[in-house]
Design a protein. Structure first.
Lengths: 270, 69
C-alpha cells in the first residue's frame, strides 16, 4: 500500500473528476514519482491552466498555482526565472497546451527552460463540453464534430521534439507503473521535459464514440499503446494504428535559466 | 518456511473507501483473480482470499478509493 494521503489535500476529496476519468491515475503516478525521486516538496511548484487536468494542483499538498487558459507555461516560466532553484511542474491538457497555449508550449521547448510538463491527452475538451481538440482522431465524434472529425491531429510528442525539448516521453494510464517511471525521469531531467500521458475521458469522448464505459477506454489503451521495446520488433504494417510509448528523446543541451545566469555574471564582470 | 515467506502467504487486506468510490469498475474489470465485484454502484471485495497482491486495483483506481496491504 502506498500512502497517497500524505501528499494530498484530503479535505478536497472526493475529487471533481468524473467516474473513470484517468486524471486521478496520473495524479497517483505523479505522487509515487515525487516520492521515488525524493524531491523536496517545499521546493516544488505545480502550475496549471484551465481544464480538467488543470484541477490537479488543487489536490496536491505542494506549492500550487492555478492560472488562466493556455498560460500555465508562461506563469511557470516566470516562477522558474524568479527562482531557478525551484522544481517547476506544469500540468496541462491537449486543448490547454496545444491549442489555446500552443505558442507558449513550442517556445518553452525551443528555449529549453527547465520545466517538467505533464500533458494529459484525452483527445477532447472535457470540461467545456466535448469540443474537438487538436488531438481528436480523424473519424471520432465530438460536440463540434457530430459526424466525425475530419481534421488531422497534432502529434504532441513529435511537436515537442521538433521544437527542441530535451526530454520527451509518452505514457498511458492503463500502464500506470510505466507512467510513474516516465514522470520520474522527466522530473530528474534538467531542461524542458514533456510526458504526454494518454488518459481516458468517458464523459466527453467515450460517450460519443461507443466507449462510454471507462473499462472500454482502458481496453482501448491496452490494445493500442505499445512500449518502446515491443515497438522496435513490430513491422511497419503492425505499427499501423498503434501508439508508441516510452522515452522518445533524451538529450542534454544548454538550459535557459543557466544560460541567463552565465550572461548576467558576464555582464556584471564588465 | 522462513518468516518472510509465511508473511507473504498472509491474505491481503483490501480496503475500499466507499464514499470516494465512483463505481467506474476499472478495478473489477482488470483484477486478474476476479477478487472484486460491483454492488450498488460501488466496488465490493468479494473474494479477498484469492488476492495475490498484484496491486493493479490500487494502481489504477482513479479515485484513491482502494488500497491493498
Amino acid at each position: 500500500m502506498f500512502n497517497y494521503l500524505e501528499y494530498v489535500r484530503e479535505e478536497n476529496f472526493p475529487h471533481i473528476w468524473c467516474s473513470g476519468c484517468g486524471d486521478g491515475i496520473v495524479l497517483k503516478a505523479l505522487i509515487r514519482a515525487m516520492e521515488a525521486t525524493g524531491m523536496s516538496r517545499d521546493e516544488a511548484v505545480m502550475v496549471s491552466g484551465i481544464g480538467c487536468s488543470s484541477r490537479t494542483p488543487g489536490y496536491v499538498d505542494i506549492n500550487t498555482l492555478h492560472t488562466t487558459h493556455g498560460r500555465a507555461i508562461p506563469f511557470a516560466t516566470g516562477v522558474k526565472h524568479a527562482n531557478p532553484g525551484l522544481k517547476v511542474i506544469v500540468v496541462t491538457g491537449d486543448g490547454d497546451a496545444t491549442a489555446i497555449g500552443g505558442n507558449h508550449f513550442i517556445h518553452a521547448a525551443r528555449r529549453n527552460i527547465d520545466l517538467t510538463v505533464l500533458l494529459y491527452n484525452n483527445y477532447i475538451y472535457g470540461m467545456t463540453g466535448g469540443q474537438c481538440s487538436p488531438t481528436t482522431p480523424i473519424g471520432y465524434k465530438a460536440s463540434t464534430a457530430q459526424f466525425g472529425n475530419i481534421e488531422p491531429t497534432f502529434n504532441i510528442s513529435g511537436l515537442a521534439i521538433a521544437a527542441g525539448a530535451s526530454f520527451v516521453a509518452r505514457a498511458d494510464v492503463y500502464n500506470a507503473k510505466q507512467c510513474e517511471k516516465m514522470i520520474g525521469l522527466a522530473l530528474e531531467k534538467k531542461g524542458f521535459s514533456l510526458v504526454e500521458i494518454l488518459t481516458p475521458c468517458p464523459t466527453a469522448f467515450g460517450r460519443r464514440n461507443k466507449m462510454a464505459s471507462p473499462v472500454k477506454l482502458m481496453e482501448w489503451l491496452r490494445d493500442h499503446v505499445v512500449s518502446g521495446a515491443k515497438w522496435e520488433k513490430l513491422s511497419e504494417e503492425d505499427r499501423e494504428g498503434k501508439i508508441r510509448s516510452g522515452i522518445l528523446i533524451d538529450v542534454d543541451k544548454p538550459e535557459y535559466t543557466e544560460e541567463y545566469k552565465k550572461l548576467t555574471e558576464k555582464l556584471r564582470a564588465v | 518456511m522462513t518468516e518472510e515467506q509465511s508473511a507473504s502467504k498472509k491474505s491481503a487486506v483490501i480496503r475500499v473507501k466507499t464514499e470516494w468510490c465512483k463505481g467506474c469498475e476499472i478495478c473489477v474489470a482488470f483484477c486478474p483473480k476476479d477478487v472484486l465485484e460491483m454492488e450498488g454502484g460501488k466496488v465490493k471485495v468479494a473474494r479477498p482470499d484469492d488476492c495475490i497482491k498484484c496491486m493493479l486495483c490500487e494502481l489504477r483506481c482513479p479515485d484513491f478509493a482502494i488500497t491493498v496491504e
